[in-house]
Design a protein around this ligand. Structure first.
Ligand code: C2O
Ligand code: CU
Length: 551
């Protein structure tokens, strides 16, 4: 195992998209940012230098960071932000993760431009659980706003309304052939007939779930988040913010001299609730066969994608993902559960304080909640408050169930008013070391209803079940998959359905759990787990680093 050293300089960089130039925050001037390469077992030490104009933190999404919450990154959860002019050195250790992950800013809306891929190869002497591809290609899906992203955030906060939709969807930072001033920079992948390519896909978007397909080609998913899956052949994928997929692509379509040599790769939002968002542009990249048969550049063949609101297509894709569950990559699903949690996910409104002029929907500010608690960032980070036993920063009373029961999937006009309004709080759930946890996330229809990509820091979890409607605690567990459930860090919870996950709290520390739609994160669709130290040395948090940023 090796230790790699990297320097990440946060800086303002001019960037031109959609005919306009503006300054964006980047790492080392790159957008998307630099890729981190490592092998399973390696450590990467990143010196983060903030030469930007605002506070920032960086998070290594999907890396468990065993015993080391100090370097996990979410602002006011595990650290105070790195101020302009300050530095912070973070260690990223890969102990079980293998495949495709990513890193991103974990402050405000900075993640829109401050993100990049993490590629983790098998340990030396070990191999992929599939034939070695000829080449690897990283494809990052994202969104572009013409306005400054933090102005977009401020505007939404001031009006109490929703966040303006993005102006373009992007592949590797490029809007593609169908958006203004973009054609010359469309991302292209050159391939050779007969070769196999490994696509490393990341959904870095703030708000959009995507369908993605390549014209004329099938995709074989072989990895999801930080672990391998059974090879899963499909015409399209659905990927939600925070998720990553590793996909094999066989370039097998240049069959004769009349075959087209160029094919579109395309992504378009999947949106189960068209009332909520409307940034619907298709973003494209091009797969181009290297050949001297077709000398004339022809219009690429168009990719066919499921309809924007095709929930059946989205659900069918996700339901097909299975862990590899091989001798080399065994599954270890907790069978006895110590903590059963049932978490309702909702977008609500908060009562307007005194004379504040709230002009959001219904005259209130939008809020979001888990078990009717709308999470508020504390003024100093939860980890320090826990470590130094500082009172009044958080309360250890995150409930195991929603405070009220009702049919979560009914129309919103019959929802009890207590659930429509919510209060701000900073509630955490404290777990004993090695507790086995099952969480059933219950999607709701409150305020229209959306899918929510729930992401847990510090752990991967097994997705043992999913379904539509209200979770039935007698019947639904009978259909759990405990044999080869996918092992993930971000799972989409359908608006009218539920998802069940299991994990073991064997990582002492403070770990954030939240919806990976950035606007829901800031509205409070978050909570925190504190896993206490175990008795042995390797069951305890590492010592607090000396260079932790100060609040
Ligand atoms: Cu990818 Cu807490 O985030
Ligand atoms: Cu959400």
């Amino acid at each position: 195992a090796k230790t790699h050293h990297r320097t990440f300089i946060i800086q303002e960089t001019p960037c031109t998209r959609l005919c306009n130039t503006k300054n964006i925050l980047t790492v080392n001037g790159q957008y998307p940012g630099p890729t981190i390469y490592a092998r399973n077992g390696d450590t990467v030490v990143v010196k983060v230098i903030n030469q930007g104009n605002k506070n920032i933190t960086l998070h290594w999404h999907g890396v468990n960071e065993p015993r080391n919450p100090w370097h996990d990154g979410p602002e006011y959860i595990t650290q105070c932000p790195i101020k302009p002019g300050a530095n912070f050195t973070q260690r990223i250790q890969f102990t079980e993760e293998e495949g495709t992950l990513w890193w991103h800013a974990h402050t405000d809306f900075d993640r829109a431009t401050v993100h990049g891929a993490i590629v983790i190869h098998p340990r030396k002497g070990s191999t992929f659980p599939f034939p070695k591809p000829d080449k690897e290609v990283t494809l990052i899906l994202g969104e572009w706003w013409n306005a400054d992203v933090n102005e977009v955030l401020k505007k939404a906060q001031m009006t109490g309304g929703d966040v303006d939709p993005s102006d373009a969807n992007t592949i590797n930072g490029q809007p593609g052939d169908f958006l203004p001033c973009s054609q010359n920079d469309t991302f292209k992948v050159q391939v050779q007939q007969g070769k196999t390519y490994l696509l490393r896909m990341i959904n870095a978007a703030l708000s959009n779930e995507y369908f993605f397909a390549i014209a004329g080609h099938r995709l074989t998913v072989v990895g999801k988040d930080g672990s391998y899956t059974k090879p899963y052949s499909t015409d399209y994928i659905m990927i939600t913010p925070g998720q990553t997929m590793t996909i094999l692509l066989k370039a097998d379509q240049l069959k004769n001299s009349s075959s087209p040599s160029r094919y579109y790769m395309a992504a378009r939002p999947y949106n189960g609730n068209l009332l909520v968002r409307s940034d619907l542009n298709v973003t494209t990249a091009i797969l181009e066969y290297r050949t001297n048969i077709n000398t004339f550049p022809t219009m690429p063949l168009f990719a066919s994608l499921p309809e924007i609101n095709d929930t059946n297509a989205a659900t069918a894709f996700t339901a097909g993902l299975r862990s590899l569950a091989s001798w080399d990559h065994p599954v270890d699903v907790p069978k006895t559960i110590n903590e059963h949690m049932y978490i309702s996910i909702a977008v609500n409104t908060v009562p307007c304080p005194g004379n504040f002029n709230c002009s959001g929907p219904l005259g209130n500010k939008l809020a979001a909640s888990l078990n009717n608690a709308s999470f508020e960032n504390p003024p100093i980070d939860v980890l320090d408050a826990y470590h130094y036993s500082i009172p009044n920063v958080y309360t250890p009373d995150f409930p195991n169930k929603p405070p009220f029961f009702f049919n979560f999937t009914e129309d919103m006009d019959i929802i009890p008013p207590e659930l429509f309004l919510t209060q701000k709080s900073t509630k955490v759930k404290v777990l004993e070391y090695n507790t086995t946890v099952e969480i059933v996330f219950q999607g709701t229809n409150i305020l229209g209803g959306e899918n929510h990509p729930m992401h847990l820091h510090g752990h991967s979890f097994y997705v043992v079940g999913a379904g539509f409607g209200v979770f039935d605690k007698e019947k639904d567990p009978l259909s759990y998959n405990l044999v080869d459930p996918p092992y993930e860090n971000t799972i989409g919870v359908p608006k009218n359905g539920w998802v069940a996950i299991r994990f073991k709290a064997a990582n002492p520390g403070v770990w954030f759990m939240h919806c990976h739609f950035e606007r829901h994160t800031i509205w409070g669709m978050d909570m925190v787990f504190i896993t206490k130290n175990g008795n042995t040395t390797d069951g305890k948090m590492l010592p607090r680093p000396h260079d932790m940023p100060r609040c």
